[in-house]
Design a protein around this ligand. Structure first.
Ligand code: HEC
Length: 853
C-alpha cells in the first residue's frame, strides 16, 4: 500500500514512498533515478527471511536462499537450517501466488545458479552442491557435492561464494580470503588445490566437479560472479580494511589482482596491490560502493536500449543499485559508476537475476544486523509499460584485437611463440603483459627465460623476473643477486618482493644493493624495508650496508635516518636535540612523533625544550606539544607560559594538550587566566579553552545539518593531523595513518579514496550507521558469565575464536567455554567523539583526512 512521501528521511534530496507489508512493517521504496523504470516490492517478511542467493529457472520460478544459520542468536525463533524457497507468480501480477520449500537442511548457504542443462547449483561456505529435482515436483530429493572445501575456517561468508556458468562449458567459483586459514579444495575427480594466506581466488571446473583449476588470484572476497558478453567473467570483490574502494573486476585467465592476506588484512603492505600498482598485478574495471554482493548483465533483462551492454551491481553497504557501462580499454574493460536506485538504511540488496520475461529481481537482507533477524525482501525492477524495451541476450562483444591477442598469449606453449611473448612484455597494457608472463612461466620456456635478465629492454628483464618468480624457479639466488643490482627501479623493487615473499635469507646481506644501484623512490625504500623486516635483518651488517648505500644519495640518507628514528628512541632524542640536523627538514618532526610513543626522562626533556624554544619552527614546536600531551600534569604544567605564545598554532596546541590535565591547579589557573584575558580576535583559542575548562558547557551543533553548515569551511591540514593524533581526541588510539597509531579500526591512510566530506562527518557523528563488514563487532559470552566484545581476528579448527578488543588486546576463547558468538550492530568506534572536538578541530580533522589518498 502506498502511503505518500516521507520527508523525514535523512538522505538528502531523496524522497521514499512507504509501503506496508502484510505483516504490518513499513518499508521504504528505494528512489529510482530513471523515469523509464519501476520498482515494486515482490515479497517481504514473513514470506521471505534474510535472503541471500537468487536464481530463476526457465519457467520464471524464483529460487531464493533463505539463511537461518548466519550468526543466529541463541533465542532465534526460526528454523535451525537454511532453506531454498520457490516463489511463483502464475498470474503475472508481480506478486508471488505460490511459495514452497525446494530444499532445506542447508548450512552457511550463499549463492544459487542454474547450469545450462537446468540443474540448480548452490554454494555454501564449504562446498558446491547440485540440488536435484529428478521428478520435477518442485522438491529436491537428493544432492551431489561436486566441490568440497576442507579448512578450519568457519566464518559464514568468506569461503566459497560467487558462482557462474560460462557458455563454453565451465563452472566458475569464487573463494574468499578465509581469514588466511589453510585449505584444500577437492574436486569430484582426483584433483585438488591447496593454499592459505594468499587471499581470495577464482577456480573453475566442469559442471560435474572434475578438472578443477585455479583461474585467477589476489582477491579479497569475490562474492558474486557473472558472465558478460560471452568472453568476460566479471566479479565483485570487497575491499580489505584500508584499500578502498571495493571493486568490479574483469577476471582473466591467470590474472593476479594483487591482494595477499599473509601481508596483513589492511592491504597497505608494499607487497600488495589493489589497483594494479605492483608490476605483474591487474587493475580494477571500476570502483564500486561498499560490500558489492551481486552482478547482473543487463542484456539478459528487458530494458530500454540505453541499458544495452551495461551491468547492474548491488551495494549492500551503500544501499545502492549501481550501473556500469563497460567500454573496452586495451584487452580489458573500464567503467564508471552510476546510481540507478538508492534506498535508506534498511535497503541491503544482495543477489540479482533476470527472469525469462526480462523482469529483474533482487534479494534484500533489509538490516545491517549480521545475525539472522527475521526481515527480508525481494524487489522487482521492470521497464514501465509503454516504454520501448527488449531483451538483448546472447549479444557478444564486438571483436577486440587486443583481447584476442591476450587470449592467444595466455595459451602460448611452444618455443615458436617465444618471440611474440617477449614482445608482449613491452606492451603498455597490463593485461597483455600479464598474459605473456603467465605463459613464460610454463616449463617449456624454463631453459630460455633466465637469459633474458641480460636483455637490453628493461620491460623484458622485468617480465622475465615476474615469470621466473611465478614459476617458483628453483635456483633464484644468483639471478636475484643480479636483479637486485639492476639499474631499473621497478626491477629492483620486484626483486625485493621476490626475496621477501620467499624469505630467501641467503640474500639478507645483499638487499642493500637495491638501494645503491640507482635512484631510490619512497616506494622502493618501503619495499626494501618490508623485505628487510621479513628477513629479520636488523643486524649490524645490514646497518653498515645501509650506511654505505646511504652515503651515495642524500634522499636515501633521509629515508634511512627516518627509519632509524622511528625504531630507536635514543637516536630520536639525539636528533631532536640537535637543531643543526634540521637541514633534513622532516627528521626532527619524525623524532618528536617517535618520542610520543616512547616516554622516558630524556625524551620528556628533549620534547619540553623543543616546545619552549622559540627559535624552532612552529610546526616542530606544535608536534612536540602534541607528543607531550599524553604525559603527566606536573610535566605539562611547565608549559603554561605557552598559552601566551606569539604563535597561534602553539597556543592552540598547548590548550589542547592541557585538556586531559585541566584539574591540575597551576594548569587550571593558567587556563582561566588566559580565558579571561582573550581578545575577541583569538576566537580559536577561546574555543579550545572553553573545551578544556568546561566540556559539558560547550554548545555545539545539535543536528547533522548544523554540523554540515559548521563544517563547510576549509580547515588547516597540519593542525588537523595533530587533532587526529591528539590523545584528548583519541582517533589514533584505534586508527593508523602513515605508520603511527593503533590497529583496531581501519588504517585511514587512504580514506579519501572512499570517503568525501559528508561521509567522514557521518563516520564520526554516527559510527554505527555504516560498519564495513570486516569491522563488525562480535560479542562472545562464556560459560563463566563473562562477555568479550571485539573484532574477529581468527578462528581455530576446534571452533575457538580470537577477538581484538577495543583496547587493542587479543583474547582467545576456547570452543568449550563459549556459550554464544554474536555480531553486533554497534560499532567498536564509540559514539560522541564530536564532544572532544571544537568545530574548528573538526574542520581541521576533515581537511587532513580528505588529503589521505
Ligand atoms: C575505539 C576505537 C575507535 C576510535 C577511538 C575511533 N575509531 Fe573510527 N573506527 C573504529 C572502527 C572499529 C571502525 C570500523 C567500524 C565502523 O565503520 O564503525 C571505524 C571506522 C571509522 C571510519 C570509517 C572508515 C571506512 O573505511 O569507512 C572513519 C572515517 C573513522 N573511523 C574515523 C575516526 C576518527 C576521525 C576518529 C577520531 C575522532 C575515530 N575514528 C575514532 C574504531 C575507532
Amino acid at each position: 500500500m502506498l502511503r505518500g512521501c516521507d520527508l523525514r528521511v535523512a538522505i538528502a534530496s531523496f524522497c521514499f514512498l512507504l509501503l506496508t507489508t502484510a505483516a504490518g512493517a513499513e518499508i521504504r521504496l528505494p528512489a529510482l533515478n530513471d523515469a523509464q523504470l519501476q520498482l515494486t516490492l515482490f515479497a517481504a517478511e514473513p514470506d521471505i527471511l534474510t535472503p541471500i542467493g537468487l536464481a530463476i529457472d526457465k519457467r520464471g520460478r524464483l529460487f531464493v536462499v533463505e539463511s537461518h544459520t548466519h550468526f543466529p542468536r541463541p533465542d532465534y525463533p526460526g528454523p535451525k537450517r537454511d532453506r531454498v524457497k520457490i516463489f511463483e507468480d502464475t498470474n503475472g501480477d508481480g506478486k508471488p501466488d505460490k511459495i514452497s520449500i525446494f530444499a532445506d537442511d542447508l548450512y552457511h548457504s550463499m549463492n544459487l545458479a542454474f547450469s545450462p542443462s537446468g540443474e540448480l547449483y548452490l554454494t555454501h561456505r564449504n562446498a558446491v552442491v547440485i540440488l536435484h529435482d529428478k521428478d520435477g515436483d518442485g522438491i529436491s530429493q537428493s544432492r551431489t557435492t561436486i566441490l568440497e572445501l576442507q579448512t578450519s575456517g568457519n566464518y559464514p561468508h568468506n569461503g566459497i561464494g560467487g558462482i557462474a556458468f560460462s557458455p563454453d562449458g565451465w563452472l566458475y567459483v569464487g573463494l574468499g580470503e578465509n581469514l588466511g586459514e589453510k585449505y584444500t579444495l577437492k574436486g569430484s575427480d582426483a584433483r585438488t588445490h591447496s593454499g592459505g594466506g594468499e587471499g581470495g581466488n577464482i577456480f573453475r571446473c566442469k559442471p560435474d566437479g572434475s578438472e578443477l583449476r585455479l583461474v585467477a588470484t589476489g582477491f579479497w572476497n569475490p562474492f558474486a560472479l557473472a558472465i558478460y558478453q560471452g568472453g568476460h567473467l566479471l566479479a565483485v570483490d570487497n575491499d580489505p580494511d584500508s584499500r578502498p574502494p571495493c571493486r568490479l573486476l574483469d577476471v582473466v585467465e591467470q590474472g593476479d589482482y594483487g591482494f595477499k592476506f599473509r601481508f596483513g588484512r589492511s592491504g597497505l603492505h608494499p607487497f600488495v596491490a589493489w589497483n594494479g600498482e605492483l608490476p605483474g598485478t591487474l587493475p580494477m574495471m571500476a570502483g564500486t560502493g561498499e560490500a558489492p554482493s551481486g552482478i547482473l548483465n543487463c542484456d539478459s533483462a528487458r530494458l530500454p536500449s540505453d541499458y544495452r551492454g551495461a551491468v547492474l551491481v548491488t551495494s549492500w553497504g551503500d544501499h545502492f543499485l549501481e550501473l556500469y557501462r563497460p567500454r573496452p580499454v586495451g584487452a580489458s574493460l573500464r567503467a564508471e559508476r552510476e546510481i540507478v536506485a538508492q534506498g535508506d538504511e534498511w535497503f541491503r540488496p544482495v543477489a540479482i537475476a533476470a527472469a525469462p520475461d526480462g523482469a529483474i529481481y533482487f534479494t534484500d537482507w533489509a538490516d545491517k544486523d549480521y545475525s539472522v533477524h527475521g526481515k527480508g525482501r525481494i524487489w522487482r525492477l521492470t521497464t514501465k509499460p509503454g516504454v520501448k524495451a527488449t531483451i538483448a541476450a546472447g549479444v557478444s562483444a564486438k571483436p577486440n584485437p587486443a583481447r584476442e591477442r591476450m587470449n592467444r598469449l595466455v595459451r602460448a606453449d611452444s618455443l615458436k611463440d617465444y618471440g611474440e611473448l617477449l614482445r608482449a612484455l613491452g606492451d603498455d597494457d597490463a593485461f597483455i603483459r600479464s598474459a605473456a608472463v603467465s605463459s613464460l612461466a610454463k616449463p617449456v620456456f624454463g631453459g630460455k627465460i633466465p637469459g633474458e635478465i641480460e636483455n637490453k629492454n628493461p620491460r623484458v628483464r622485468l617480465g622475465a623476473l615476474l615469470a621466473m618468480r611465478r614459476a617458483k624457479f628453483d635456483k633464484p639466488i644468483q639471478l636475484l643477486e643480479k636483479l637486485l643490482a639492476d639499474p631499473d627501479e621497478e626491477i629492483r623493487r620486484m626483486a625485493l618482493v621476490w626475496v621477501g615473499e620467499e624469505k630467501l635469507v641467503r640474500l639478507a646481506d645483499r638487499l642493500n644493493v637495491a638501494l645503491s644501484a640507482g635512484p631510490v623512490s619512497a616506494v622502493l625504500f618501503e619495499t626494501y624495508a618490508a623485505a628487510a623486516g621479513i628477513l629479520g635483518t636488523t643486524g649490524h651488517s645490514v646497518a653498515a650496508a645501509e650506511q654505505s648505500a646511504a652515503s651515495k644519495s642524500s634522499a636515501v640518507r633521509t629515508l634511512v635516518l627516518i627509519r632509524e628514528v622511528k625504531q630507536d628512541d635514543a637516536k630520536a632524542v639525539e636528533i631532536l636535540a640537535d637543531a643543526s640536523s634540521d637541514r633534513l627538514g622532516q627528521l626532527r618532526i619524525e623524532a618528536a612523533r617517535t618520542l610520543a610513543e616512547f616516554p622516558s626522562e630524556k625524551a620528556d626533556a628533549a620534547l619540553l625544550n623543543t616546545a619552549l624554544d622559540r627559535k624552532n619552527p612552529v610546526e616542530l614546536r606544535a608536534e612536540a606539544l602534541l607528543a607531550l600531551s599524553s604525559r603527566s600534569a606536573d610535566l605539562l604544567s611547565k608549559l603554561t607560559g605557552l598559552l601566551d605564545d606569539s604563535s597561534e598554532d602553539v597556543r592552540i596546541e598547548t590548550a589542547r594538550a592541557f585538556r586531559q590535565v585541566a584539574s591540575h591547579p597551576a594548569i587550571r589557573d593558567a587556563l582561566e587566566r588566559s580565558s579571561k584575558s582573550r581578545s575577541s580576535r583569538d576566537q580559536l583559542l577561546a574555543e579550545q579553552l572553553r573545551l578544556a575548562l568546561a566540556p559539558q558547557a560547550v554548545t555545539r551543533p545539535s543536528s547533522d545539518d548544523e554540523w554540515r553548515k559548521g563544517l563547510a569551511q576549509n580547515g588547516d591540514v597540519a593542525r588537523g593531523r595533530r587533532v587526529f593524533f591528539s590523545p584528548a581526541v583519541g582517533c589514533a588510539r584505534c586508527h593508523r595513518i602513515e605508520d603511527h597509531g593503533g590497529k583496531i579500526g581501519p588504517d585511514l591512510s587512504t580514506i579519501a579514496r572512499a570517503a568525501d566530506r559528508e561521509k567522514l562527518m557521518q563516520s564520526v557523528l554516527h559510527p554505527s550507521r555504516d560498519i564495513a563488514p570486516q569491522f563488525v563487532t562480535h560479542t562472545v559470552e562464556t560459560k563463566d558469565g563473562q562477555s568479550f566484545s571485539g573484532l574477529l581476528l581468527g578462528q581455530g579448527a576446534d571452533g575457538s575464536v580470537t577477538l581484538t578488543t577495543a583496547d587493542g588486546k587479543g583474547v582467545l576463547i576456547p570452543a568449550n567455554e563459549m556459550v554464544s558468538n554474536q555480531p553486533s550492530a554497534v560499532s567498536l568506534m564509540p559514539e560522541g567523539l564530536e564532544n572532544a572536538l571544537t568545530v574548528q578541530d573538526f574542520r581541521d580533522l576533515l581537511a587532513f583526512l580528505l588529503l589521505r589518498n
